[in-house]
Design a protein around this ligand. Structure first.
Ligand SMILES: Nc1nc2c(ncn2[C@@H]2O[C@H](COP(=O)(O)OP(=O)(O)O)[C@@H](O)[C@H]2O)c(=O)[nH]1
Ligand SMILES: [Mg+2]
Length: 676
């Protein structure tokens, strides 16, 4: 044992690309620890993880599973995170709260690139992590090649901790490079200790030397021993491994088969010996030892029976069941036991606890620790894909935005946009499936049916020519009549100049007090111009008019202004303005030309491309892209880049759109407005 405090509960996240075997590995770890009587399988739908209907239906994790267990008298919490790129927010949030991450990946070198964004996050936030290359039972595994490909996407050196023993091109066991003991996998049980096969002696020695050289990069004493050809004591090597992992200097690499219990005990041992204590994690995250109790909320769930649950990692001190946190007394305190929650009287440093009904607490918030901030919480992922939503039942719209707010609370990489211009509710997220899962949750948890549509592209319109116009509203009905009369000039303004209203009335042709009503009439009209969109960059000057001492009113002048605009604007050569985004597409450089083709295929204008800053082997393509073409950009981009390509975007400018494309937009808009 090393000098750390082994008795504090530790927490590790299982992360890695979709389908690499994280949920299966959780099952194997729990089974090996004796927390579950038998190991479930994904295809049998009986695993601890992926218990929700949305996950089972897809054979895919769509939310984290939090499972607690004990191993050799020590407490552990594992958090199995979804691997799909569309559900990465939960993985990132979880990684900010754990002592270490186990990155599960596939042996296929071609898939190494899929781990790149995750390794980038881990490197950037200095989260201690180890790799577990899973599925080594598949044919033709070449671990060296796998490692090379993975190293290409990792800033930290990958250090192989074991070498495979093969028989008939199958991995059947491993040699541990520190203890120099050989083991043969024994499905369903711990591996059998065997003699190192003679044919492997050289390979083992060489691999061990490589491992030691990596460690010597951070330990001068070990370096001297290697130079002098002195065999380092095992304890020194173990200590270095634990220290270098804790300081995120190296990434130890293990392998095995989660499904058939291969290499699981080896992994457990590494977790037990090398994963830093929560006290070290607290220090890493900026919380000095010895202060008041503090916990970081990393996940929020609105559960059917318990209501809102805030999952927090306790980084310092202790929280009692009855204690007030964040100004509220939680409705209950729970700890993960296996895959479910049990009520607890208290939770201490290292625990992952769920607090019930902390209404004003959000993911990323600290509980306790007044005046402290800790390491900055990462900003949520930017939205990439949106759908406009409407409640199936009329009158359910208020309930809909309320339940959506809950979903956004659960996963901050959803975003809700109330588009006042088009009176539209848009839910943004990370991709098609991310949005579909949101809709399923609305249905299954809140019994809320919705109809979806593509979000309205916020086109605008403007005018190209000036005109002068006269608007007169006169009604004589019984007693009080209505009278308003205006002469106005409409003219285009430079792009981006906005709307201007000028009053040039002289000699009281229209009394002062009616002028604001004229302006109101104009602005109201401009909300929906002759092409069906808001009118921008136009100036209106009120030049003349007349009034009636009894019949004139604000209402009458407003109507007169409207009449003038309705008549005048079509004479000013209205033109459609299309919103153009500036997008930055990020892809591994093998895919750069594909990314450029996608942009060109979507009427985009490429501004240039360059190596992506801080990302070895990645490019960033800058382009102008019509917002109308952004709809499923992420879908196409991912399908051509093994899922890793992504983009950021912001509105840049408006651009004239004419010809057939414009006609189509106007036609569709008229249909949507019921004027078709
Ligand atoms: N051949 C093989 N398949 C595995 C192994 N571990 C998991 N799988 C399969 O890989 C698929 C994805 O596993 P899952 O645990 O859901 O992956 P996750 O998306 O990373 O959670 C499932 O069909 C598993 O049965 C393994 O060690 N060997
Ligand atoms: Mg999974």
């Amino acid at each position: 044992m090393t000098g750390k405090t082994p008795s504090l509960p530790r927490a590790a996240a299982l992360v890695g690309p979709f389908a690499s075997g994280k949920t299966t590995l959780l099952e194997a770890l729990l089974f090996r620890a004796g927390a579950i009587p038998r190991q479930g399988r994904i295809k049998d739908g009986n695993t601890v993880g992926d218990a929700s209907a949305e996950a089972r239906a897809r054979l895919m994790s769509v939310e984290p599973t939090i499972a607690g267990t004990e191993y050799l008298g020590e407490r552990w919490t594992f958090i199995d995170c979804p691997g799909s790129v569309e559900f990465q927010q939960d993985a990132y949030n979880t990684l900010m709260a754990v002592d270490a991450a186990i990155v599960v990946c596939e042996p296929d070198p071609a898939r190494a690139v899929m781990v790149a964004p995750l390794l980038k996050f881990l490197d950037e936030h200095r989260v201690p992590h180890m790799l577990f290359v899973n599925k080594v039972d598949t044919a033709g595994v070449r671990l060296r090649e796998t490692l090379e490909a993975l190293q290409a996407v990792s800033e930290r050196p990958l250090v192989l901790r074991e070498v495979p023993i093969r028989e008939n091109d199958q991995v059947v066991g491993f040699v541990d490079l520190v203890s120099e003991r050989a083991y043969r996998y024994h499905p369903g049980q711990t591996s059998d200790l065997i003699k190192i096969p003679d044919a492997m002696q050289d390979e083992e020695r060489q691999a061990r030397q490589e491992m030691l050289e990596h460690l010597a990069d951070f330990d001068d004493h070990l370096l001297e021993e290697l130079l002098e050809d002195v065999a380092p004591p095992a304890q020194e090597v173990y200590d270095d491994l634990a220290k270098d992992l804790a300081d995120d200097l190296i990434v130890p690499v293990f392998f095995g088969t989660a499904e058939n219990d291969g290499g699981i005990t080896r992994l457990w041992k590494a977790l037990r010996h090398d994963v830093p204590a929560p006290t070290a994690t607290a220090a890493r995250l900026g919380f000095a030892n010895g202060g008041a109790a503090v916990a970081r909320v990393f996940k929020t769930v609105h559960a059917a029976h318990t209501g809102k649950l805030s999952y927090a990692r306790i980084l310092r001190g202790e929280f009692a069941d009855s204690q007030t946190v964040g100004g509220t007394r939680p409705s209950g305190l729970y700890l993960a036991n296996g895959g479910s929650l049990t009520k607890a009287a208290k939770a201490g440093v290292g625990d992952v606890a769920a607090f019930g009904r902390l209404d004003s607490v959000a993911t990323g918030d600290l509980l306790g620790g007044e005046g402290e901030t800790g390491a900055p919480w990462p900003a949520p992922l930017e939205p990439l894909f949106g759908l406009s939503l409407q409640a199936e039942k009329k009158g359910d719209d208020v309930k809909l935005s309320g339940t959506l707010t809950k979903l956004v609370e659960e996963d901050p990489s959803y975003r809700l946009e109330q588009n006042a211009e088009f009176s539209e509710l848009v839910l943004w997220g990370q991709g098609e499936i991310h949005l579909l899962v949101a809709l399923e949750r609305l249905k299954s948890r809140f019994n809320m049916g919705v109809v979806t549509a593509k979000p309205t592209v916020p086109y605008k319109e403007t005018v190209r020519k000036p005109t002068a116009v006269h608007g007169r509203h006169k009604k004589q009905s019984g007693g009080h009549g209505q009278f308003g009369d205006v002469h106005m000039e409409i003219r285009p303004q430079p792009r981006g100049a906005g709307f201007a209203f000028e009053d040039k009335i002289v000699g009281g042709a229209i009394p002062r007090n009616y002028i604001p009503a004229v302006e109101d009439g104009v602005t109201e009209f401009l909300k929906c111009g002759p092409l069906g969109f808001p009118v921008v960059d136009v100036a209106v000057t009120l030049t003349d008019g007349s009034y009636h001492s009894v019949d004139s009113s604000d209402m009458a002048f407003k109507t007169a202004a409207r009449i003038a605009m309705t008549e005048g604007l079509p004479k000013c050569e209205p033109v459609l303005l299309e919103p153009i985004l500036q997008v930055e597409v990020s892809v591994p450089s093998d895919f750069t030309s594909k990314a450029q083709r996608i942009i060109s295929g979507r009427r985009g204008q490429i501004l240039g491309y360059d190596a992506k800053e801080g990302w070895t082997g990645w490019d960033q393509v800058s382009a102008y892209l019509p917002q109308a073409e952004m709809g499923d950009l992420i879908v196409e981009l991912r399908s051509l880049t093994m899922g890793v390509g992504t983009f950021s975007w912001r509105f840049d400018h408006l651009q004239d759109l004419s010809g057939r494309a414009a006609d189509k937009v106007v036609e569709d808009r008229k249909a949507a407005l019921g004027q078709g």
